[in-house]
Design a binder for this molecule. Structure first.
Ligand code: ZN
Length: 61
């Protein structure tokens, strides 16, 4: 067996949670993956999420 280490906390990986040392670190990694996925700036024509805050000053009177 190789001395695999948990990519999250660098502790020796546990066989049951390979390649992590615990369920917690596995969850952390999963969370990171999701965060990175959502953090990726996607150039989309659809305006589902507006990065710029709304400006009430631009309200057309
Ligand atoms: Zn860990």
């Amino acid at each position: 067996m190789t001395a695999a280490r948990c990519p999250i906390c660098r502790k020796p990986a546990e066989a049951a949670f390979t390649p992590f040392c615990s369920q917690r670190c596995a969850d952390v990694d999963l969370g990171r993956w999701f965060n990175e996925r959502y953090a990726i700036p996607v150039e989309d024509d659809e305006e589902e999420e507006a990065p710029e805050p709304r400006r009430p000053l631009l309200d057309d009177a």
